[in-house]
Write a protein that binds this ligand. Structure first.
Ligand code: MN
Length: 132
């Protein structure tokens, strides 16, 4: 139900275990979940896909998440999408780097499976409120 209301979610993550976990977690919540394992794959999907939210690993092979987020937000068609970074770093400066690249927020690895669904729902509710 929520998926129809908010639109699809795209997960970009090269780690197969994390990808599987995120896909399962969000599918169980009723979201329409699409996955990509690198930036090129994500950009290919985004030619047609109009996700409400993108959950994106920063450390990707090839083009990293920072550059990918910048590219996506530069497109008029995707300017409204919420991009949430998944990062293993709790290093100082990372948050600023991510936010300046166009990420709306970030979550830390390891993924907290209990709090993530609520977090995603809040992002989508917030976006809905904005677009109305
Ligand atoms: Mn990675």
């Amino acid at each position: 139900m929520r998926s129809k209301r908010a639109g699809p979610i795209l997960v970009v993550e090269d780690n197969p275990i994390n990808l599987k976990l995120l896909k399962l977690l969000l599918t169980v919540e009723g979201y329409d979940v699409h996955v990509a394992t690198d930036a090129e794959h994500a950009l290919e999907l985004l030619k047609k896909l109009r996700p409400a939210l993108i959950l994106m690993d920063i450390q990707l092979p090839g083009m990293d998440g920072l550059e990918l987020a910048r590219k996506i937000k530069a497109r008029r068609s995707h300017r409204q999408v919420i991009i949430v970074a998944i990062t293993a770093y709790a290093m100082k400066g990372d948050e600023e780097k991510a936010l300046s690249a166009g990420f709306d927020d970030y979550v830390l690895k390891p993924i907290d499976t209990r709090s993530l669904p609520g977090l995603i729902a809040r992002y989508l509710d917030r976006q809905e409120a904005h677009t109305k």
